[in-house]
Design a protein around this ligand. Structure first.
Ligand SMILES: NC(=O)c1ccc[n+]([C@@H]2O[C@H](COP(=O)([O-])OP(=O)(O)OC[C@H]3O[C@@H](n4cnc5c(N)ncnc54)[C@H](OP(=O)(O)O)[C@@H]3O)[C@@H](O)[C@H]2O)c1
Length: 624
């Protein structure tokens, strides 16, 4: 059985990017730290499975058992039992053959590759009491600084420097900040953007940071000049020292910025290690150094740094609750380098807090989806949107096959293949709408008592793969077949890729392979359960978190009608559509007195048909 991994094996990274800065390898036998190099891929789940045909079969069996029982604890117990039996049998075989090493037999015959080491994060030398005392002091200093950041009327007048403002989350932060009275100013760090010809890939235009910023305010429907005056844009690049901000731009910022909110990152699940490290760890280090220099500057109004992490810094922490107050190296490793490098960035952040005394709030969103009421996402096509859009397009191809019989048949077959997705029906995903995340970010800025805390911006009502598949069926009319993940990874996907390539569908084959290997990991059983509570207790957010089933339903509706499954790419057109959609959803909600996400699919479609011109996507006048 060939070893498959979602990430290709790479050469060791340069010293300054080495995982050894964060992780140590510990002998299970002696408890000693092993002086061995740690390669990034050894920290991913893909490196630790599918190495033996028996291992693959055992995983498949476990997955089936879970489907029939829905009981993860039972499956774990069974897995342990099987391993114990394998070891027992190996000892007996070794005895019968007069061999001295039953472990070798266990590995060769049953694929039982017991590790004699584990990984753990390097601990900070301070004791828990010292850490608690230090963090309390930081929060106290923060509260004093916060009090100074008040306007003449005594109300907070906060001035934020924001990285990642052009991203999915950043735009929602800007939108909410526009009407937040405590926020006096937001300066967005933006890099120039090259616009390329879609066919030739030639650069046809470069948008300056200022142009990008103004376009973004238009896209956010911010027309009032007074509201727009709150925002300004500065050229920068988080991978460069001082965030790439020129000395000329820097001097006035030092005198007024009260918070740096660092949201920029590379949210790409298939980037190689070094690229992820540069964007996520080097970018975070630059932001932390920048904040520290602001904090240290004489007469600086700086209050705190707000770091945006992810609740998946806990990786595949299957058995124990992923706690808000600590990060432990996940027993079942990380899904990808995105998660791993975000965890490393979180450790750098902790070190800055504890060794340099930087005042920090750490926020960890789960998997972010569109806005909770309407599903608006301002054209984002990442993460959960990617498979939903593929399913939607495949369905359209199924319903309107073109050409002769052969083309029609192959198109239909291809579309059916695109709707096979690896997942255990009971796997629970942690999806959180973007408006909740932005709300948490702005609350963190307003609450100096959050300094020193890590807060999960996650849900307490997780959605299962089965519920996702059911909603996709109701909303998009697509029957997604949940495939047993091990079988899919090791057999179905490679065959599917070959068949599609032979049908001259190499692009689709690549897309499916990417979707399956990258997102499949999130719908296998044994997903982490993220603790929540600090969002309410520390940030003061409402006790009731968004309803995930409603929010996912609205994501499907939005991606189908507004985004046309990713076909609408022009940001101006997307903005126009989302504005009409927002009005429609708000009115419908008022009319019905309940969230539109609670509306059954047929009723929603009927309401949509009454109000929208499908050709122009414009709202029709209401019937009297
Ligand atoms: N989306 C999720 O599901 C999710 C879940 C948990 C946590 N998070 C975290 O939330 C934050 C925001 O995510 P997102 O979904 O908004 O990501 P996104 O849509 O991909 O946006 C990323 C942002 O970072 C900026 N950026 C990246 N590299 C940069 C650089 N070198 N210099 C300056 N800016 C740079 C991008 O600028 P350009 O426009 O110039 O590319 C963009 O504004 C990230 O820290 C992410 O890890 C996201």
């Amino acid at each position: 059985m060939p070893r498959r991994s979602s990430q290709p094996v790479e050469p060791p990274p340069p010293e300054e990017f080495s995982p050894c800065r964060y992780v140590e390898k510990v002998s299970l036998r002696s408890g000693e730290i092993l002086d061995e190099p740690i390669l990034p891929h050894s920290l991913l789940v893909g490196s630790h499975r599918d190495y033996h045909v028996v291992d693959v079969q055992a995983r498949q069996y476990m997955s089936r058992l879970l489907r029939s029982t829905g009981d993860e604890d039972l499956v774990r117990t069974k897995m342990k039992e099987i391993r114990r039996l394998g070891h027992k049998a190996s000892v007996m075989i070794a005895k019968a053959l007069h061999r001295k090493d039953p472990d070798k037999i266990a590995k060769a015959l049953f694929g039982l590759k017991d590790r004699d080491y584990y990984f753990r994060y390097k601990r900070h030398p301070l004791s828990q009491e010292e850490i608690a005392e230090r963090l309390m002091q930081l929060a106290k200093q923060g509260a004093e600084r916060f009090d100074k950041a008040r306007g003449a009327d005594g109300r907070p007048a906060l001035r934020i420097l924001l990285t990642g403002g052009t991203g999915f989350v950043g735009k929602e932060v800007l939108w909410q900040a526009a009407s937040d009275e405590a926020i006096a100013e937001v300066v967005v760090v933006i890099r120039p953007k090259q616009i390329r010809d879609r066919k030739t890939k030639e650069v046809i235009r470069t948008l300056s940071p200022a142009e990008r910023g103004e376009m973004m305010l238009d896209q956010l429907w911010l027309e009032d000049p007074q509201q727009r005056a709150k925002f300004s844009f500065v050229a920068g690049d988080v991978e460069k020292p001082n965030l790439g901000i020129s000395d000329e731009d820097l001097a006035p910022l030092r005198r007024r910025i009260t918070h740096l909110v660092h949201s920029a990152a590379s949210v790409s699940f298939d980037d190689p290690y070094e690229a992820s490290f540069r964007a996520n760890v080097v970018g975070t280090l630059n932001a932390l150094r920048f904040s520290h220099s602001l904090q240290e500057a004489p007469d600086s109004p700086f209050v705190a740094h707000v770091g945006i992490e992810t609740s998946y810094i806990h990786g595949r922490q299957a058995r124990t609750l992923a706690r808000e107050d600590e990060v432990v190296f996940p027993r079942n490793f990380y899904n990808n380098y995105y998660e791993l490098t975000k965890a490393m960035a979180s450790i750098e952040t902790e070190r800055f807090m504890l060794t340099k005394g930087l005042r920090v709030v750490q926020l960890c969103p789960a998997i972010i989806i569109g806005e909770s009421r309407a599903g608006n996402n301002r054209g984002d096509t990442k993460v959960v949107n990617a498979p939903v859009n593929v399913f939607g397009r495949a369905h359209e191809a199924l319903n309107s096959p073109k050409g002769k019989w052969f083309e029609r048949t192959s198109a239909s077959m291809i579309a059916r293949m695109a709707c096979i997705f690896p997942g255990d029906p009971s796997a629970q995903l942690n999806l959180i709408p973007v408006d909740w995340v932005a709300r948490g970010m702005l609350a963190a800025v307003r609450r100096p008592e959050a300094i020193g805390e890590r807060v999960h911006l996650a849900t307490d009502n997780r959605i299962t793969s089965q519920q996702i598949s059911d909603i996709v069926k109701e909303e998009l009319d697509v029957r997604v077949r949940l495939a047993e993940p091990t079988l899919h990874r090791t057999l179905t996907l490679p065959i599917l890729t070959k068949v599609l390539t032979s049908f001259k569908q190499a692009r689709l084959a690549r897309a499916l392979e990417k979707l399956g290997t990258i997102f499949g990991g999130y719908s296998e059983w044994g997903q982490p359960v993220h603790q929540v509570g600090n969002d309410v207790a520390v940030l003061g957010l409402p006790e009731q978190r968004p309803n995930t089933l409603h929010a996912f339903r609205m994501l499907c509706r939005h991606n189908r009608y507004v985004q046309e499954f990713g076909r609408i790419r022009d940001s101006g057109e997307m903005s126009r559509r989302e504005r009409a959609w927002w009005r429609f959803i708000t009115e419908l909600e008022e009319e019905r007195g309940e969230p539109v996400g609670a509306m059954p699919a047929p009723d929603f479609r009927a309401a949509l048909a009454r109000r929208f011109n499908p050709a122009t996507f414009e709202l029709l006048e209401k019937e009297a």
